[in-house]
Design a binder for this molecule. Structure first.
Ligand SMILES: [Zn+2]
Length: 135
C-alpha cells in the first residue's frame, strides 16, 4: 500500500481516533474496537450498536521502540503497547509520559488526546489517542 492511498483511510477512521468509538453486540454482549460490521460470535443473529469504549485499561503487553518509522524519529525511545480495556477489548497505542524502564504488564493506564505526528512543511498536526499511566 502506498502512503498516498493510506491517507483517506485515516480520515475515514477519524471518529475512532478521537473517541475510541467501537461497538457492542446486544445479543452476546461482546465489545469490539475498531467496530465490526458483523458479530463474529453471533453472525446473523448479532445486533451491533455503537459504543464508546472506556478510557481506562491495563497493559496487556508492550514493546519499546528504539528505531522509529519516518516522522517519529524524534520520539524514540517510546513505548507501544496493547492495552486491555475494561470491556475486555484490546487496542494498540503509544504510552506516553512514562519512563520505558518503568513499564510493566498490568500497569493501569488511561486515554489522553495527544499529538501523533507533525506534517512538517504544511504545518499540519495530527492528533489521536495515546495512553498514560493512571495517576
Ligand atoms: Zn454477538
Amino acid at each position: 500500500m502506498t502512503h498516498r492511498k493510506a491517507l483517506p483511510g485515516i480520515w475515514r477512521r477519524f471518529p475512532e481516533r478521537y473517541r475510541l468509538e467501537g461497538n457492542k453486540c446486544k445479543n452476546c454482549g461482546e465489545h469490539f474496537f475498531p467496530p465490526r460490521i458483523i458479530c463474529p460470535n453471533c453472525r446473523r443473529d448479532g445486533k451491533l450498536e455503537g459504543h464508546e469504549m472506556s478510557k481506562e485499561g491495563e497493559i496487556y503487553s508492550y514493546t519499546i521502540i528504539r528505531s522509529a518509522p519516518v516522522g517519529f524519529e524524534d520520539q524514540t525511545p517510546y513505548v507501544l503497547a496493547i492495552i486491555e480495556l475494561k470491556e475486555g477489548t484490546k487496542v494498540t497505542a503509544q504510552i506516553t509520559d512514562v519512563d520505558p524502564e518503568e513499564m510493566e504488564i498490568g500497569m493501569e493506564v488511561e486515554e489522553v488526546l495527544r499529538k501523533i505526528s507533525e506534517d512538517g512543511k504544511k504545518g499540519k498536526i495530527n492528533y489521536g489517542y495515546k495512553f498514560v499511566p493512571k495517576s
